[in-house]
Write a protein that binds this ligand. Structure first.
Ligand code: COA
Ligand code: AMP
Ligand code: ZN
Length: 464
């Protein structure tokens, strides 16, 4: 009974009444006591917002002149802060890609001296160069502000108890959510990834009101509750922040139903900071991307020209509020579109539709980004294997599972050897991709070929 009361109370706040119009634009949230609603920025008329973007772009260019990577490019293209007159000038900038990050590993794109850098986050992988993102203290503050703003936008307050199921460490969903929730003034539970039973206990004992988790884990955790004989609908959880992997509207509805809670789509990306780039407001109709922090372009991934308004294309972002490692026209490879029209919530920042795939072959499994080439490189280290392999990803019960079938170079009936080999391949793959695949060694010719070209990934999950 008591639990239900908490739930109801937290769902029925009137958030526009919290409006605080006295913040400064330069540091948006100083002394706000957890009121992360900056009406001036969030509802800024488009013309003014563009003016702000131009100012911040100039400033960002000035900072990036300190980057060995960007300075020569800017020089060649005649890009200086003074030469920037409008947001349209973004078209003069070169693109930045993940390959650029890899090629300049680890610190080649930094724009400030290393003394100013206080943290880095890095992608998985040891076979090639992973990507590294650098943060100054100001970057971390801005990031925490942006995610705290996102939390406030979906109704979370300093009275909430926010439990995080993301991996801490290199995954930005760990610390990114942590610092933001603390800034908001919520009680935070940094439980981290894994150990669902402990999540169940914490939620039950602490009266957790909000969860940050990837959509597939929302259902896995709900199943863990059911195993304990508890209906997740009877917990205190009233809000889920779900993101980091694609999911459909139907999946969201299912999550909301099994949890008896609201689930909001949240977009983040390590290269941009982490979570806190874009979030759905309470209208749940597209994710407002914080345009005071990013210039948004939707481009045809082939021609790199803008797609017609409202059409699907690749999201390309320029950071406007970062100093250690600003990125210009970063090709996210995520496919989405801008939703037309104004949002009834009053926010003027454009809304991104649910992501509809990628323009590269990156897979996201259990919230971990994986490229087939990472798997291939590990398999190639084993002389016992031939060159063909197939990665199958499927939802089994409430789990997403990855199976890797790899062809043996030579047939053998030495089961001891096969067992050891399977174990060693699994271990090395886990080191590389951070999750545990099921490895199946198969005879030559077993993996099907279509049109003579090997199919490497078979993604059977609902959304793929
Ligand atoms: N978030 C949190 N916990 C997860 C998870 C996820 N995305 N995916 C799986 N888990 C849990 C499982 O439920 C399991 O716990 P349980 O047995 O008590 O229920 C435990 O983690 C191990 O899962 P399993 O599938 O056996 O392990 P794995 O070796 O294949 O994967 C993980 C290891 C889960 C640690 C790894 O996938 C991970 O760190 N995922 C989280 C990534 C993340 O935080 N992404 C956010 C980026 S913003
Ligand atoms: P990372 O750099 O590990 O934070 O992963 C970023 C990637 O995760 C993005 O480029 C997207 O492909 C994916 N992603 C993050 N949030 C979402 C979301 N809400 N919906 C779909 N995909 C997402
Ligand atoms: Zn809105």
């Amino acid at each position: 009974m008591l639990l239900l009361k908490v739930k109801k109370l937290n769902n029925s706040f009137e958030f526009y009444k919290f409006a605080n119009q006295t913040n400064e634009l330069t540091h948006n949230y100083t002394n706000m006591n957890g009121k992360y609603w900056n009406e001036e920025i969030e509802t800024m008329p488009r013309k003014q917002l563009e003016k702000l973007q131009v100012e911040r772009l100039k400033k960002t260019v000035e900072i990036a002149m300190g980057s060995e990577f960007y300075a020569p490019k800017f020089k060649e293209l005649g890009i200086t802060p003074e030469s920037i007159k409008s947001v349209e000038d973004i078209k003069r900038f070169p693109f930045t890609t993940k390959n650029d990050l890899r090629a300049t590993y680890p610190f080649g794109i930094k724009s400030v001296p290393l003394e100013k850098v206080v943290r880095l986050h890095s992608s998985s992988g040891t076979t090639g160069n992973p990507t590294v993102i650098l943060h100054s203290q100001k970057d971390l503050d801005e990031w925490a502000d942006a995610m705290a703003r996102s939390m406030y936008c979906i109704g979370l307050r300093n009275t909430d108890i926010i439990q995080n199921t993301s991996g801490y460490g290199m995954f930005t969903g760990g610390l990114g959510i942590q610092y933001a929730a603390e800034r908001l003034g919520a009680l935070t539970v940094p439980a981290g990834a894994g150990n669902s039973k402990r999540h169940v206990k914490f939620i039950t004992d602490f009266g957790t009101t909000a969860l940050h988790c990837i959509p597939s884990y929302a259902t896995r955790l709900a199943a863990a509750f059911q195993e304990e004989g508890i209906d997740p609908r009877n917990t205190t959880v009233h809000t889920l922040i779900i993101g980091a992997e694609p999911h459909s509207e139907a999946q969201r509805k299912r999550i909301e139903e099994i949890w008896g809670a609201k689930a909001y789509n949240n977009f983040g990306m390590s290269e941009m900071c982490g979570p806190g780039v874009a979030i759905e407001c309470q209208e749940q109709n597209g994710m407002h991307i914080w345009e005071d922090n990013y210039i948004v372009e939707i481009l045809d991934p082939e021609t790199l020209e803008p797609v017609p308004e409202g059409e699907l294309g690749e999201l390309v972002l320029t950071t406007l509020n970062r100093e250690a490692m600003p990125l210009f026209r970063y090709r996210t490879r995520d496919l989405t579109r801008i939703l037309p029209g104004d949002c009834p919530c009053g926010r003027t920042h454009v809304r991104l539709a649910r992501f509809q795939g990628r323009s590269d072959d990156m897979m996201i499994v259990k919230g971990v980004n994986i490229y087939p080439i990472q798997i291939e490189k590990i398999l190639m280290q084993f002389p016992e294997l031939a060159s063909d392999y197939l990665i199958t990803i499927e939802t089994v019960g409430d789990n997403d599972e990855m199976t890797i079938e790899a062809e043996l170079a030579q047939a053998t009936d030495d089961f001891g050897m096969l067992q050891n080999l399977t174990k060693e391949i699994t271990r090395r793959l886990k080191d590389e991709i951070l999750l545990t695949p099921r490895v199946k060694l198969v005879g030559k010719g077993v993996i099907p070929q279509s049109d003579g070209k090997a199919k490497r990934v078979n993604d059977l999950r609902h959304n793929h």
